[in-house]
Design a protein around this ligand. Structure first.
Ligand code: ADP
Ligand code: ASP
Ligand code: MG
Length: 416
C-alpha cells in the first residue's frame, strides 16, 4: 500500500482536543490501508515560549543550547500524538530527529537536512505501525541537536516524503490551501487549486509562511507531490479520486494556460535594514562588508550601493530580523573598523512587500503599476529589487497591510 506523509502545524496540534482530532484523521488513513508517517510541529505558541525564556536569560543565547531547548516542543507533541493514536487502538511509535537519525549540517538554528536514515521508519511501517517523527530537528556530525529554522517542520515532512517516495506529502495547516495572499490580511484573497513550483518558491522565500522555503526546494528537487490543506475544515479522509481539496504544487509548466501576470502577493514584517554611512568607495568594498556577514551564516537579502560623493558612498542591505542583533554587533566590532565607515544607520523593523507571477516574464509595465499604486496611497518606497518573476519593495511597517490590499486589488486578485 502507498506511503503517505502528513504534517500538522502548531494550530492543528494546539490543544489536547486538536491532537485527538489529528489522531482520528490519521487513524482513518491507517484503516484505509495507507502506511502513514506523521510529522507534527510543536503545539502553537510553544516554540515562541521556549525562545522567549532563552531571551530572558540572555539577549544572544548560545545557539547549540537554543536548539536543545527549541527542539523539545516537537518531542512533546510527537509523544502526545503517538499516545492519542494508541488510545484510538492504532499501533504507533514516535521518534525524535536524532533517534532515526535525520542528519543536518552544523548551522544551529537554521540547519539544512543532509540525509535521513529511514530504516526505523520502514521497519515500523512494515509492522503496520503509524510512525510519528518530530518536525523541525535533526543532529549534526557531532551528535548535537540542530533545528531547521522557523517553520522547519514543513521541510522535515517533505524530506521524509522524498526518502520514502511517498504518494503525497499532505501539509495540514490552519488554512485550506495557498491563497493569492495571506487570507488573514486580505479577506478577498482567493485559494488556488494548484500553484506552480516557481511561484511557490518565490512566495515562500518572500515571506508567505504557509510553506517554509526549504520544503518547497525539497519538493522540487525530488518531485514530491505536496499539497497544502486544512486540518480544521477538510474532510478526514478524501476518497482517492476526490483528492482535489487544498492546493497542490505543480511542477509541470502549463503551456495551455496563459499565466496570470501577477498571481500572488507576499509580505513580511520581519526584515531589518542596515546602512553603512560614508564608506570609502574603493574596489572590494562590498566584499569587505558582506564576507564577514556571510561567514557568520547571516543571509543578506536586498543590497543597494549608492553613487559615491567625494569618494564615499552609503551601503545598505536587508536581513531577516532574527539575525539583527548579531549583525549589528558584527558590523560594529569587525566591519566598521575594517572598512572605515563613518557610522551605522539602523531600521530594526521594516516590511517587504512583493508581487509574484510567471506572467511578469512576458509583460512590461507591471512594476510601474505597482509603484503608481503605492504612490497613490502615499507609501514611500525605501528599496526595490526585481527578478524575472517578482518585484519586491521595502517600506515602513505601518504601510504594509495597506500596500498588500491595494496591490491585491489593482492586479485583479480579489475574489469576485
Ligand atoms: P502551521 O503552524 O500549520 O505551519 P503557519 O502559521 O506556519 O501554519 O502557516 C499558515 C499561515 O500562513 C496561515 O494561517 C496564513 O496566515 C499564512 N499565510 C501567509 N501567506 C499565505 C498564503 N499565500 N496562503 C495561505 N496562507 C498564508
Ligand atoms: N515549531 C517550529 C516553529 O514554530 C517549527 C514549525 O512549526 O514548523 O517554527
Ligand atoms: Mg508553518
Amino acid at each position: 500500500m502507498s506511503v503517505i506523509v502528513h504534517k500538522y502545524g502548531g494550530t492543528s496540534m494546539g490543544s489536547i482536543e486538536r491532537i485527538k482530532n489529528v489522531a482520528r484523521r490519521v487513524a482513518k488513513w491507517h484503516s484505509a490501508g495507507y502506511k502513514v508517517v506523521v510529522v507534527p510541529s510543536a503545539m502553537s505558541g510553544e516554540t515562541n515560549r521556549l525562545l522567549n525564556m532563552a531571551k530572558e536569560i540572555t539577549p544572544l543565547p548560545h545557539e547549540r543550547e537554543l536548539d536543545m531547548l527549541a527542539s523539545t516542543g516537537e518531542q512533546a507533541s510527537s509523544a502526545l500524538l503517538a499516545m492519542a493514536l494508541l488510545a484510538e487502538g492504532i499501533p504507533a511509535r514516535s521518534y525524535t530527529g536524532w533517534q532515526l537519525p535525520i542528519y543536518t549540517d552544523n548551522s544551529h538554528t537554521k540547519a539544512r537536512i543532509i540525509s535521513i536514515d529511514h530504516k526505523k521508519i520502514l521497519d515500523n511501517l512494515n509492522d503496520g505501525k503509524v510512525v510519528v517523527v518530530t518536525g523541525f530537528q535533526g543532529i549534526n556530525e557531532n551528535g548535537d541537536i540542530t533545528t531547521l529554522g522557523r517553520g522547519g517542520s514543513d521541510t522535515s515532512a517533505v524530506a521524509i516524503a522524498a526518502v520514502l517516495k511517498a504518494k503525497e506529502c499532505l501539509i495540514y495547516t490552519d488554512v485550506d490551501g495557498v491563497y493569492t495572499t495571506d487570507p488573514r490580511i486580505v479577506s478577498e484573497a482567493r485559494r488556488m487549486s494548484t500553484v506552480s513550483f516557481e511561484e511557490m518558491m518565490e512566495m515562500s522565500s518572500l515571506g508567505s509562511k504557509v510553506l517554509q522555503i526549504r520544503s518547497v526546494e525539497f519538493a522540487g528537487k525530488y518531485r514530491v507531490p505536496t499539497r497544502v490543506l486544512s486540518s480544521l475544515t477538510d474532510p478526514l479522509i478524501p476518497l482517492e479520486e476526490e483528492m482535489i481539496s487544498g492546493t497542490l504544487i505543480n511542477f509541470e509548466e502549463d503551456k495551455e494556460m496563459e499565466s496570470a501576470v501577477v498571481s500572488g502577493i507576499a509580505f513580511s514584517n520581519n526584515e531589518s535594514r542596515i546602512t553603512l554611512l560614508d564608506v570609502p568607495d574603493t574596489p572590494g568594498i562590498a566584499s569587505s562588508i558582506l564576507t564577514p556577514v556571510a561567514d557568520a551564516n547571516i543571509d543578506v537579502d536586498m543590497i543597494v550601493q549608492n553613487q559615491s560623493v567625494d569618494g564615499n558612498t552609503d551601503f545598505s542591505f536587508t536581513i531577516n530580523h532574527v539575525d539583527f542583533q548579531r549583525t549589528v554587533n558584527l558590523l560594529k566590532d569587525v566591519v566598521i573598523p575594517a572598512v572605515k565607515a563613518r557610522d551605522l544607520a539602523i531600521e530594526e523593523k521594516v516590511a517587504k512587500v512583493s508581487i509574484v507571477g510567471l506572467g511578469m516574464k512576458s509583460h512590461v509595465g507591471v512594476a510601474s503599476t505597482m509603484f503608481k499604486t503605492l504612490a497613490k496611497e502615499g507609501v514611500n518606497i525605501k528599496m526595490i529589487s526585481t527578478s524575472e518573476i517578482k518585484t519586491s519593495i521595502i517600506i515602513d511597517i505601518k504601510y504594509m497591510e495597506l500596500a498588500v490590499r491595494s496591490l491585491h486589488h489593482v492586479f485583479g486578485l480579489d475574489a469576485k
